[in-house]
Design a protein around this ligand. Structure first.
Ligand code: SAM
Length: 177
């Protein structure tokens, strides 16, 4: 195993940290930033948070410890990331004590959720999705009654959008929004 990792230029230390690197690095900083932001926006212990594309629990391990039992839902299509996050960031005792729900699929199917989560965080997800998948995700979120939904995204090239607006038909303009 060690030889295999070294052959691929990956040190033992890299492999231990792979779940952190995969979600973009600055694990501690971005995790705390998301968590503090949600609390600033009114997230309280009794609220229910849906962490859309929770990855290796960069936000999740803070939120699970803070929220009341069974008030955190993590969704992602990579089971291995969630497993590593539980093992290396959250810990089994917190898992047992707080009983978070994890949903894994690549169709944005949130049908396993009973009840109504009130806060959602979609951090660094839409930047990785096609337009169709963003629509699928938003459609799936739309069945809940939200207090707040937050998402990060890249603002497009405004000049290019203006050019498109002036050179395309109205129906095409609608499709780029
Ligand atoms: C850059 S990471 C961000 C993870 C997490 N939100 C965070 O801030 O650490 C992007 C995440 O999106 C997940 N992802 C990408 N495409 C997805 C899809 N179609 N369905 C569910 N999750 C997806 C990846 O598995 C990964 O965990």
């Amino acid at each position: 195993m060690k030889a295999h990792m070294e052959a691929h230029g990956m040190s033992t230390e890299d492999a231990k940290q792979k779940h952190r690197a995969y979600v973009g690095g600055m694990f501690d900083e971005i995790g705390e930033l998301q968590f503090d932001f949600l609390k600033d926006q009114g997230l309280q212990e009794h609220h229910c948070l849906l962490d859309v594309a929770c990855g290796s629990l960069r936000l999740g391990h803070h939120a699970i410890k803070y929220l009341d039992k069974a008030r955190y839902i993590g969704f992602d299509h990579n089971a291995w990331l969630i497993e590593e996050g539980i093992k290396k960031e959250l810990g089994i005792n917190w898992l047992i004590q707080k009983a978070p729900l994890f949903i894994v699929n690549d169709t944005f199917n949130l049908g396993e959720i009973n009840g109504n989560p009130t806060y959602a965080m979609c951090h660094s997800l839409f930047t990785h999705l096609t337009k169709d998948d963003i629509i699928k995700c938003l459609t799936s979120l739309n069945r809940f009654r939200w207090t707040m939904v937050f998402a990060t995204f890249n603002v497009g090239d405004r000049a290019a959008i203006r050019r498109t607006r002036t050179t395309t038909t109205p129906s095409t303009i609608t499709s780029i929004r």
